[in-house]
Structure formats: structure tokens, C-alpha cells
Design a protein around this ligand. Structure first.
Ligand SMILES: Nc1ncnc2c1ncn2[C@@H]1O[C@H](COP(=O)(O)OP(=O)(O)OP(=O)(O)O)[C@@H](O)[C@H]1O
Ligand SMILES: [Mg+2]
Length: 323
């Protein structure tokens, strides 16, 4: 544990440099979606900075915003958001993990500890602070996190009477869309204003489904909600896919659930299934994503494969293989 914390600290320091520059100067790395071009550009020397605030259509900006959502509790949303974000970063994609859950598990899962003088997602949504100032580097190269604390619970109430309350996150992310290839948003277990903000900001949603008897319960409500959001707030919202989590392939019940989910959602179910794994459950207590905590574990390999599938569905092929 102590060795893990020391390694995390060294990695954070190594990763922090360019984000500090981004904060200070307001000019930073811009996403091109092609790392070979980035490397070539590095060899030729720095390219002129593009204008900092320019509004682009999401697809032309190259940044994909993906919400990880299911209003059911404990189905593996945070584990999926953290593990996917780390795997995508390791695949060479500049990745931002936004913690939209007052439980703050995604933040601690990537080793980000919030100090009282640092803004979090709460200040971004409620006080309109620049999201750039809330973003922290992590120990994983290419992986950044905008953390949350329990204060975020207040946002559900404080935003109720605010104009355009459903679009707070979307507006905030406009400032950093070009800085990242992928922005993953970990949603809380509810269909409240925080999840609505995430779905309004997202290009697509990944839905973890726990491989258990009541797996399909509540998914009708989630789909109806996604339809409502598409109709009223965000016409671009797509369901990228459903991912089966905590699968125990040995039990007949798990096999029945897989069959039922596939009958229901067909091709929308990712081929990669996430096994139940003690190492995945242990990783958060070490403040490390599974790919750092135990890179050869079944859980790490599964999330690596899932990251490749998600990137392919987002039409962002991995910049390099590995991990
Ligand atoms: N594949 C897995 N194998 C074993 N344990 C897992 C796996 N995925 C998640 N867990 C564990 O199950 C619990 C719930 O997972 P997680 O926190 O990711 O769910 P969640 O949907 O984000 O929960 P919440 O709705 O409270 O936000 C955690 O203790 C987590 O470590
Ligand atoms: Mg969670």
C-alpha cells in the first residue's frame, strides 16, 4: 500500500507538468485524435496554438463525451468508469474522468485526494468556476480527473431553480473539449439532475449491467429517460452499449442473465464481459485503477478489451496497443 502511494505520487508529479501550464497560461495540448501526428509535430517543434475558446460541433472537435450510467446502485458504474478511463489513457488517448457522484468513489479510485482549497465538480456546476481549475493529474499518464466530494449532493437541490440547470456540465466542458480525446463521466445511482447533466453533455452512454437475477430491472426507465433527454435536451445522445459486469461464468444463473440481456439488447451488448474479480474489488482501497494495481489480472485484461471495443464504437481506434 505504501509503495503504491509513493508510486502514485511520483506518477502524478510526472503527469502534472503540462496541466499546470494549461491552467496558468490557458493554452495547452489540443486533441487531434492522432498520436502519430502529435509525435511528428513534437519532432518538428511546437505547432502554433489554436484559438483557446472556439465552439465546434462535438464530432469535429474529436472529443467524445461518454456517460457511464445506470440508476441502479452497485452495478459497477464507478469500477467501469475508472478502469475504462485508465485503459483508454494507456491506449494513448488523452482522457478526463469526471466524477458526478457525491460519493466521490471515482476520484479516490484514481488516487485523487481533494484538498479544501481546490475546486471540484460542485464549484464548477453551482458557482460556474472554470473546469480547467478543477482538473487534477493522476499517476496514469494521459489520465486526468475532475473530482467530487459529498458537497456535490447539494447541487441537486441548489440547481433546481437555476436557468439551464440541465446544461451546466455541457457548458462547463466546452472549455476543455479540445484538450481530451475522451471524457468519461461517472454518474450517481439516480436519474436526478446530476445524471441528467451527464446525459445532456454526453455523446453517448455506456450502461453497466450487473450479472444477477434482477439485471434488467430499471433499464426500461433508463432508456425512457435517455429518449426524453434526446428529445428535449441532447439530440446527439446515443447508447454506445451495455456491458455485463461481475460475471461469474461458472454459475447457471450468470449464463441465464447473459442470454436474457443479449436477447433483449442484441448487438448493443459489448462482446467483452467483466468477470467478478477480487482484484477489481481491492483496487479502490489502494487508490489505483486495476491496470496499475494488477495489470495482468482478469479484470485488467477485460477492461482493456472493453476500452478497445468502446473506442472502436466511438470510431477512435486505439493510438497504440499495450497494457
Ligand atoms: N467485476 C467486479 N468484481 C468484483 N467486484 C466488483 C466488480 N465490479 C465492481 N465490484 C465491486 O462492487 C461494488 C460496487 O461497484 P461500483 O462501486 O463500481 O458500482 P456503482 O454502480 O458505481 O455503485 P453506486 O451505484 O453506489 O455508484 C464495489 O465494492 C466494487 O469494488
Ligand atoms: Mg459509483
Amino acid at each position: 500500500m505504501a509503495a503504491g502511494v509513493a508510486a502514485n505520487a511520483a506518477g502524478v508529479a510526472a503527469n502534472a507538468g503540462d496541466w499546470d501550464e494549461r491552467r496558468a497560461g490557458g493554452r495547452g495540448w489540443r486533441s487531434t485524435g492522432d498520436s502519430s501526428e502529435k509525435q511528428g509535430r513534437a519532432a518538428r517543434g511546437p505547432a502554433p496554438d489554436p484559438p483557446m475558446f472556439h465552439v465546434e460541433h462535438p464530432s469535429s472537435a474529436g472529443t467524445r463525451v461518454v456517460a457511464v450510467a445506470n440508476q441502479k446502485g452497485g452495478v459497477g458504474k464507478t469500477t467501469t468508469a475508472v478502469s475504462l478511463a485508465a485503459a483508454m489513457a494507456e491506449l494513448g488517448r488523452r482522457t478526463l474522468l469526471i466524477d458526478m457522484d457525491p460519493q466521490g468513489n471515482a476520484s479516490s479510485g484514481v488516487g485523487v485526494r481533494v484538498s479544501p482549497d481546490r475546486p471540484t465538480v460542485y464549484e464548477v456546476l453551482v458557482a460556474g468556476l472554470d473546469v480547467v481549475d478543477a482538473i487534477e493529474p493522476t499517476s496514469v499518464p494521459n489520465l486526468f480527473c475532475a473530482p467530487a466530494t459529498i458537497h456535490l449532493a447539494g447541487a441537486e437541490i441548489e440547481l433546481v431553480s437555476v436557468l439551464s440547470r440541465e446544461h451546466k456540465l455541457r457548458r462547463a466542458l466546452e472549455a476543455v473539449r479540445g484538450d481530451f480525446d475522451v471524457i468519461l463521466v461517472d454518474c450517481p445511482p439516480s436519474l436526478g439532475l446530476l445524471t441528467i447533466n451527464a446525459l445532456s453533455a454526453a455523446d453517448g452512454v455506456v450502461v453497466p449491467i450487473q450479472s444477477e437475477y434482477y439485471a434488467l430491472e430499471g433499464l426500461g426507465a433508463l432508456r425512457r429517460n435517455a429518449e426524453l433527454i434526446r428529445a428535449q435536451l441532447n439530440p446527439d445522445l446515443e447508447i454506445i452499449g451495455f456491458v455485463l459486469t461481475m460475471l461469474d461464468g461458472r454459475t447457471r444463473l450468470s449464463q441465464q442473465v447473459v442470454a436474457e440481456v443479449e436477447t433483449h439488447f442484441g448487438d448493443q451488448v459489448f462482446r467483452t464481459r467483466i468477470p467478478r474479480s477480487v482484484r477489481l474489488a481491492e483496487a479502490p482501497s489502494h487508490a489505483q485503477p486495476i491496470s496499475v494495481f494488477d495489470p495482468t489480472s482478469s479484470g485488467a485484461r477485460a477492461y482493456h478489451a472493453l476500452a478497445e471495443e468502446v473506442l472502436a464504437r466511438l470510431m477512435l481506434t486505439p493510438a497504440r496497443s499495450g497494457a
